[in-house]
Design a protein around this ligand. Structure first.
Ligand SMILES: Cc1cc2nc3c(=O)[nH]c(=O)nc-3n(C[C@H](O)[C@H](O)[C@H](O)COP(=O)(O)OP(=O)(O)OC[C@H]3O[C@@H](n4cnc5c(N)ncnc54)[C@H](O)[C@@H]3O)c2cc1C
Length: 354
């Protein structure tokens, strides 16, 4: 259900060119095509979100719809960011109708979380448990949060505040923040507690933070937002590396025990997955995390050679996501309602997707 709406007229004298740039971005980076309606409205619908663009003599008209106001905070920020890459003045001049936070205030979806515990969950997965004030009321808004912390860990944090154009104004210079998306693996609303499971890797600040987090430390978060369930289907294929593993576990929790299909995940062994996943009737396949990235596309092709699933999902590295989206949409004949293949990180690129 789409409950929240926000509209803007982006002040530009080149609205058609700006619309083309949005089209190009959605096509190239997300493999999403617009539907063009008779009145010239360009429409995109994905999961619980809908966006309409229309060229107007005074600029580019954009209407966003989402499940709630907090989800629109991220959506507006994305729009402002894309506009600013084309025309910084136009991005600055954006004003939204509908519910919006007062300029200068903390974003409505912002909270300061406190570390309660930190442990190695299994080889290649670190679990940080946090107190998350307000999560009890907001847990249905999505599965993901954007964690943030000062890039210079010796400094006290300066948190983002809302700008007049509906996008958060992020501190710059010495106060710059490092912000990355993660998934809430467990939410215990009665205690306002969450578990976040993070893949430790070589150089990332979030990865280092997860390995060293100590009880009492604080971290900023915006969210929750993003997908929280998948459509009903006759058979499923869920595929994820360690970064998408918490997502798959959460989605399986929503699906019940009588579903058909396969799940292919990165983990040290099957016993680990048995413990990690909720009870499931899906066939569970385990691939060692170290060889996952190079083997997964071939494994999926092999598994789906005889029968295609009715719904397929991948979450993990960018190139894997590109290759598997091509396989899902091409070889398996799935479409935007029956497949999703998302890049959670990109090898060699800091903060892809954040
Ligand atoms: C919606 C969403 C939900 C996510 N949920 C989770 C989650 O629950 N758990 C989780 O662990 N991750 C999750 N991720 C992925 C996480 O945001 C990225 O891995 C992020 O780059 C980690 O930030 P960082 O500060 O450690 O590294 P960055 O500063 O972003 O990157 C530094 C370097 O590390 C590389 N890198 C980043 N991630 C990995 C990795 N996993 N393995 C190897 N190299 C890597 C980058 O290519 C880059 O070269 C999610 C991403 C999205 C978009």
């Amino acid at each position: 259900m789409l409950h929240s709406v926000a509209e803007t007229l982006v002040p530009t004298d080149k609205p058609a060119e700006m619309l083309d740039a949005f089209k190009h971005h959605l096509k190239e980076d997300h493999a999403i095509d617009f539907i063009v309606l008779a009145d010239g409205v360009h429409l995109v619908e994905q999961d619980l979100f809908r966006v309409e663009f229309q060229v107007d003599p005074a600029g580019l008209r954009i209407c966003l719809q989402g499940p709630n106001d907090n989800a629109l905070v991220f959506f507006k920020e994305e729009i402002v960011e894309h506009v600013s890459q084309m025309d910084a003045d136009a991005a600055h001049g954006i004003r939204w109708s509908g519910a919006s936070t007062e300029a200068g205030a903390l974003p409505t979806n912002f909270a300061v979380l406190t570390v309660l515990d930190n442990k190695v969950l299994f080889e290649g997965m670190q679990r940080v448990t946090l107190r998350y004030p307000g999560i009890a009321k907001r847990q249905d808004e999505g599965l993901h949060v954007r964690l943030m912390m000062p890039l210079d860990q010796t400094r006290d944090p300066v948190w983002p505040v809302m700008g007049e154009n509906g996008a958060p104004v992020w501190p710059q210079g010495a106060d710059k923040l490092h912000a990355r998306f993660v998934t809430l693996r467990n939410v215990r609303p009665e205690h306002e507690e969450v578990d976040i499971d993070i893949v430790p890797h070589d150089v990332g600040l979030i990865s280092q933070w997860a390995q060293n987090a100590q009880a009492g430390q604080t971290v900023g978060a915006m969210g929750p937002a993003g997908m929280s369930k998948v459509p009903e289907a006759g058979s499923y294929l869920f595929v994820a590396d360690g970064t998408g593993l918490p997502l798959v576990a959460r989605l399986l929790e929503t699906l019940g025990h009588e579903i058909k299909g396969d799940v292919i995940l990165a983990a040290p062994n099957e016993a680990v997955l048995d413990d990690y996943l909720p009870q499931t009737s899906l066939r569970v396949h385990c691939i060692d995390a170290k060889s996952f990235e190079s083997n997964i596309v071939a494994q999926v092709k092999k598994l789906t050679k005889a029968t295609a699933p009715d719904y397929a999902l991948f979450a993990g590295e960018f190139q894997n996501a590109q290759d598997l989206r091509k396989h899902f949409k091409g070889d398996l004949g799935l479409d935007k309602k029956t497949q999703i293949s998302v890049a959670y990180w990109k090898r060699g690129v800091n903060g892809y997707g954040s």
